[in-house]
Design a protein around this ligand. Structure first.
Ligand SMILES: Cc1cc2nc3c(=O)[nH]c(=O)nc-3n(C[C@H](O)[C@H](O)[C@H](O)COP(=O)(O)OP(=O)(O)OC[C@H]3O[C@@H](n4cnc5c(N)ncnc54)[C@H](O)[C@@H]3O)c2cc1C
Length: 476
């Protein structure tokens, strides 16, 4: 028997319940319209889900864990999420980058404090970062908006001159020493671009600014608590959510004035083929996906035995030594290879939220970039890298769960070939994401609202919010 919601009429249907899908649904519901969210997975949240991936009692995040962009998000900040159960946990320092000499570079909340451990580059770091941090309120609408036309041209020009450079070019020009260069390379590698590529510095700068602004927090209880808070608020506005319903064609949906798709272009083409003109379909088919990730979740018998004491105070650790080593690892992922020393982004939430594992035990995840669709299991090489900075790590592993890039799509169809960014964020796709029409399509009432639209990847809900605003404006 068809499900009852298939017989109802809604003002809007949102396909996918990732942070952007939920943000889009909330924006529609706040305008007083009826909205239904259809989610293919049995659990809501997309990139904000948690599960016992290794052993009972160990609550791992299936995807995201660290939320600089969520606390920076003007839309999330406007929502009463604390009243719906959301609690942020901010580790004492956002990020630590250990080095082979046993020391570590600490990205502190404070610019001057960070500079203190950058040796000869201390002044240079302050000179570069302090004005950017002070100007963040003016830059925010660029970094977290859809407008590519700056409302504060002078602040934007200062940022743009740095951001449009390659990460390795900027680090080499600005800094003299390995420590500051390594720190910046690790931050910029979150862009999943080769560090020699134009504009690969942008993400590094934005992530450093967010560390000095709102911080890099976790969500108490795991990322699913963020999805639950968003869903709870949506339901308080009478929005409905149905899970376990994969939309295979728009034709199977109940009538709705608006359809907002928390999907990447490839999936949109599949489900909306007959509604999209051939030219637009071709443009979506030309959309480029970036490298994938290989992710490992660990259940641990104790905290990671870092050599550098500072690592015990950070939520996020970057493992890759020098700028040169990180750049080589990122280049390899684009060139179709996998290096022996992958650059790893690692999180260790139970140091600050112990209830996510049995007493005295811990969880951690790490991922490295690999070619799109790669089937290579990087776990052994990743553990070797961790051992380099934390001897004895392997002996603490109770269980591990590995997801290779090619398998990512099975868990969430938006992770095409393991690409966690919803498509490459190169210069072209930074400005025209996924096409010049951004959220809009030529089909009346049909919109994209995922991280394949501006402002792009990360958990901030701004793609969903801005797509819904565009849709509501079009139908006003
Ligand atoms: C391993 C990993 C680690 C990450 N770490 C971080 C981090 O620490 N911090 C951070 O900010 N970001 C991180 N990210 C990125 C972040 O998760 C994404 O940028 C974000 O989730 C994108 O949100 P979205 O709503 O656009 O899409 P998603 O969160 O991917 O949600 C899309 C939803 O749509 C559903 N769906 C897809 N197709 C259909 C269909 N046909 N019918 C019905 N439902 C469908 C999917 O099941 C999914 O629930 C990480 C991602 C991964 C994979």
């Amino acid at each position: 028997m068809p499900a009852p919601y298939l017989h109802q009429q809604y003002d809007a249907i949102v396909i996918g319940s990732g942070p952007n899908g939920l943000a889009a649904a909330i924006t529609v519901a706040q305008s007083g319209r009826s909205v239904l969210v259809l989610e293919g997975n049995d659990a809501i949240g997309g990139g904000t889900r948690s599960a016992e991936l290794t052993r009972p009692g160990f609550i791992h995040d299936v995807c995201s864990t660290v939320y600089p962009m969520a606390v920076a998000s003007p839309f999330f900040r406007s929502l009463p999420l604390a009243a719906h159960g959301l609690e942020w946990i901010e580790p004492p320092v956002p990020l630590v980058h250990p080095l082979d000499d046993g020391s570590a570079v600490v990205l502190d909340h404070n610019v001057e404090q960070t500079a203190q451990n950058l040796g000869p580059d201390a002044e240079r770091y302050i000179r570069m970062m302090a004005p950017l941090v002070a100007n963040w309120p003016k830059l925010e609408s660029f970094a977290l908006g859809s407008s590519r036309f700056p409302s504060h041209p002078i602040a934007m020009a200062r940022f743009g001159l740095l951001a449009m450079r390659s990460a390795s070019g900027l680090a080499r020009k600005r800094f003299r020493d390995t420590r500051a260069r390594a720190l910046f390379a690790g931050l910029a590698a979150h862009s999943i671009l080769p560090l020699e590529q134009t504009a690969s510095a942008a993400v590094g700068l934005v992530l450093a600014i967010t560390a000095h602004q709102g911080g890099w927090p976790f969500v108490r209880g795991g990322s699913r608590s963020l999805a639950s808070a968003l869903a709870s608020y949506l339901q308080s506005l009478h929005g409905e959510i149905v899970t376990g319903f994969t939309v295979r064609s728009l034709e199977e949906l109940p009538p709705a004035g608006l359809i907002l798709c928390d999907l990447t272009p490839r999936q949109l083409v599949k489900i909306a083929r007959s509604r999209l003109p051939a030219g637009f379909r071709r443009r979506l088919e030309r959309y480029r996906y970036g490298p994938g990730v290989c992710k490992v979740d660990w259940a641990l018998d104790g905290p990671i035995p870092w050599k550098a004491e500072a690592c015990h105070r950070a939520g996020t650790i970057h493992l890759g030594g020098t700028l040169e080593e990180i750049a080589a690892s990122e280049r390899a992922a684009w060139a179709g290879g996998t290096g022996e020393k992958p650059f790893i982004i690692l999180t260790q939430p139970t140091l600050f939220d112990p209830a996510r594992a049995p007493a005295g035990k811990h969880i951690a995840w790490g991922y490295c970039h690999v070619p799109n669709g790669s089937r290579v299991d990087m776990a052994a090489r990743m553990e070797e890298q961790i051992e380099r900075f934390a001897p004895g790590f392997r002996s603490r592993v109770l269980a591990r769960n590995v997801i290779v890039a090619a398998e990512m799509e099975r868990h969430n169809p938006n992770l095409v070939g393991g690409d966690i960014g919803g498509g490459a964020v190169d210069l072209r796709q930074l400005f025209f994401r996924p096409t010049r029409k951004l959220y809009r399509t030529p089909a009346r009432g049909l919109y994209l609202c995922s991280s394949s639209t501006p402002p792009g990847p990360g958990v901030h809900g701004m793609c969903g919010y801005l797509a819904a605003c565009a849709a509501l404006r079009d139908t006003a």
